[in-house]
Design a protein around this ligand. Structure first.
Ligand code: THU
Length: 130
């Protein structure tokens, strides 16, 4: 699957976002090292702080099904700017795959690509605890 195809699949997830408060849908598709895809969308809550981001939805789905190594994630939104992943999501992704490729798209479906450790420089991870 090409990077653009992964991004398009993430756009399909926007329809499932539950965003009555922010009205800001985010979609994500996380690709495991073996090619399995895990989708995610943001899921908000009346207790605003209990909202779950799209990326973390995808990570939790993957890890809870036995996948811990990832090669790519696409993160998309219908925003003018690229839908940059929040700090918490960068941290959660870093736990499993600091060198994964992160594709970040905006509403015109164009995207930019980074390695995760470019977005979370000198991140605290499992190795830090040794
Ligand atoms: N959001 C994500 O899903 N991922 C991010 O990395 C940034 C923010 C969501 C959370 C909330 O539902 C909405 O975007 C506005 O902050």
């Amino acid at each position: 699957m090409t990077d653009q195809e992964l991004v398009e699949k993430a756009f399909e997830m926007l329809q499932y976002s539950y965003v009555p408060y922010s009205k800001f849908p985010v979609g994500a598709v996380l690709e495991s090292i073996d090619g399995t895809l895990f989708t995610g969308c943001n899921v908000e809550n009346a207790a605003y702080g209990s909202a779950i981001c799209a990326e973390r939805t995808a990570v939790v789905k993957a890890v809870s099904e036995g996948h811990r190594a990832f090669k790519r994630i696409a993160i998309v939104g219908n925003s003018e700017d690229y839908c940059w992943p929040c700090g918490s999501c960068r941290q959660v992704l870093n736990e499993f795959a600091p060198d994964m490729k992160v594709l970040i798209a905006r509403k015109d479906h164009s995207f930019v690509s980074f390695q995760l450790d470019e977005l979370l420089v000198h991140g605290f991870g499992p190795k830090s605890l040794k």
